[in-house]
Design a protein around this ligand. Structure first.
Ligand SMILES: [Zn+2]
Length: 236
């Protein structure tokens, strides 16, 4: 297998809220896209892991994602252990993505920043020839950090205006999480509330670059530009 872009995330439904629009847009351009979820969200209040896996598969179809799998690492206590790094590194050697999207390296949920660290280190390990004798080395060329929940200035914003509705539909396929209903005395957010919240965030980032909806990313290295005349994002 060889993918153009692979998003690695801690929980099923993370990608749908962070970089799903970008995945959809890349698939529409003809790139091979994929998602690797590290846990099945088994500590979540609502739904069972099996339900979430089914919902994730449905969301993948909506996002035009060609390959999605779940490594079933322990949810809510994700750890960057040697065994987790090795499992992920070997998986990256199998999938051979050119671009990897990771969660931003700081955040409120420990699984998110651990997934970021684990993903980065696994990408590095995956490039070592002697890591594993049964798979060929592969180091992704580019790592993008999805910074939607981080209070940082993005390195760039992807215009997802044309993909926003499809991303929304993908998220809503997690009916165990976002269906209406009362659980533990609290009403879970209904579709309208989710739509408003995600819309507001996507509008905020879109506004930074003069488009309707956007998804923000951070890269650690300086961006390389080939053509300054073709650059987007108005200055004044
Ligand atoms: Zn999450």
């Amino acid at each position: 297998m060889s993918l153009d872009i692979l998003a690695i995330a801690a929980h099923p439904d993370d990608v749908e809220q962070t970089c799903g629009g970008t995945l959809i847009k890349m698939a529409e351009k003809g790139y091979r896209t994929g998602v690797l979820d590290l846990t099945a969200g088994d500590m979540g209040t609502r739904g069972t892991p099996e339900q979430r896996l089914e919902e994730a598969a449905e969301a993948a179809k909506i996002m035009l994602v060609g390959h999605r799998e779940n490594l079933r690492f322990p949810d809510a206590r994700l750890e960057n252990t040697i065994s987790a790094r090795m499992t992920l590194a070997v998986k990256i050697r199998e999938i051979r993505p050119r671009v990897v999207v990771l969660p931003y390296w700081e955040g409120r949920h420990p699984d998110h920043y651990r997934a970021s660290e684990l993903g980065y280190e696994a990408c590095f390990l995956a490039g070592l020839k002697k890591l594993d004798e049964y798979s060929e080395p592969h180091r992704p060329y580019k790592i993008l950090y999805s910074s939607i929940y981080a209070n940082v200035t993005p390195s760039f914003v992807m215009d997802i205006s044309a993909q926003f509705e499809r991303r929304m539909a993908a998220l809503l396929s997690y009916r165990s999480q976002y269906g209406g209903g009362i659980e533990g005395g609290e009403l879970f957010p209904q579709e309208q509330e989710i739509r408003e919240r995600l819309g507001a965030v996507a509008r905020f980032y879109g506004n930074l670059v003069g488009v309707k909806y956007g998804e923000p990313f951070v890269v650690k290295e300086t961006m390389l530009v080939e053509d300054v005349v073709a650059m987007g994002g108005r200055s004044i």
